[in-house]
Ligand binder design. Structure first.
Ligand code: SF4
Length: 296
């Protein structure tokens, strides 16, 4: 697929409202075979709008020229790549994109799927093989879950590749539910208020970690990925299961949303409206200096 990319026209200070250089209804070639239904178009536009808003709200483009997009083969990272390519095609994303998959040596990993797909959509990409699976199996005691160590090793390798590729940021496909689940895991089990931020500087201080899907709902991404017929590779080929805690948070949030629709969006909004003087952290708010002015 030969994809022409118009030159960027966006004012990077105001991406959420910058005009497209192509009509909003025009379709990137990646969408050529997709459903022409009103509902799919609405979904595509909603996701694009949310990605633009997150990029804008968190100043993700500041100082950025080249992004490494982590592609796991799951629905979220495929969707992220398609949406970013669309924004780039519309002249709204003035950065180069390099897609990267880290083949971690899981048994039965279908090695041909991602290179074939990434070549077919004409995106620059790098496929890297690192057998972190063997390290995880060796280090995690029997009965333990692999995912935490596996993710840490994956992240370290992706940082290295981002540096080797001359990228300023590692861009990941975490979405609204990932952010809420992490928040509640920290809240219930970690004793702190923290989650995956939409924009983070790595510990070494040389790379940003960006999450442009921060406002996107997992359900929307699942519907988008299914309509786009992405060649999904499951992340449980290794036979491991994600931690029970995350699954419990997922179930709790789904239950709340089912009983009170819209609560997930409300919770996400709350994470963006923090009032330190109405919490209990003296490091965030100087309660010691708080005095009432005696009335004259
Ligand atoms: S399911 Fe397997 S491959 Fe996926 S994060 Fe967990 S350990 Fe890694």
């Amino acid at each position: 697929m030969d994809i022409a990319i118009p030159s960027p026209t966006a004012d990077i200070e105001d991406l959420a409202t910058a005009p497209d250089s192509v009509s909003d209804d025009a379709l990137h070639p990646i969408f050529a075979k997709m459903p022409s239904s009103v509902s799919f178009n609405k979904l595509r536009k909603r996701l694009l709008r949310q990605v633009r808003q997150a990029i804008d709200d968190f100043g993700m483009l500041k100082g950025q020229t080249r992004w490494l997009i982590g592609i796991s083969g799951g629905k979220d990272s495929y969707s992220l790549l398609a949406l970013l390519m669309d924004l780039q095609w519309r002249g709204l994303l003035p950065v180069e994109l390099v897609a990267c998959n880290l083949d971690q040596g899981q048994p039965n990993f279908p090695k041909h799927v991602l290179p074939e797909y990434l070549s077919s959509i004409g995106v620059k990409h790098r496929i890297e093989y690192r057998d972190t699976y063997s390290i995880v199996k060796e280090k995690v005691p029997a009965g333990g879950t692999y995912c935490a160590l596996c993710s840490r090793l994956r992240r370290g390798n992706l940082y290295r590749i981002a540096r080797e590729e001359g990228c300023d940021a590692l861009v990941l496909g975490h979405h609204r539910e990932d952010i809420l689940e992490t928040f509640f895991m920290n809240f219930f089990h970690g004793g702190r208020l923290a989650t995956m931020p939409a924009k983070l500087l790595n510990d070494e201080g040389d790379l940003m970690v960006l999450r442009p899907l921060a406002y996107a709902a997992e359900d929307d991404l699942a519907k988008f990925a299914s309509a786009m017929e992405f060649p999904i590779i499951p992340c449980d080929l290794c036979g491991s299961q994600d931690g029970l805690e995350r699954n419990a948070m997922k179930a709790m949030l789904s239950d709340i949303e089912r009983r009170m629709p819209g609560r997930k969006d409300t919770m996400l909004r709350a994470l963006g409206h923090v009032n330190p003087s109405h919490l209990l952290d003296p490091k965030l708010f100087d309660f010691q200096s708080l005095f009432a002015e005696p009335k004259a």
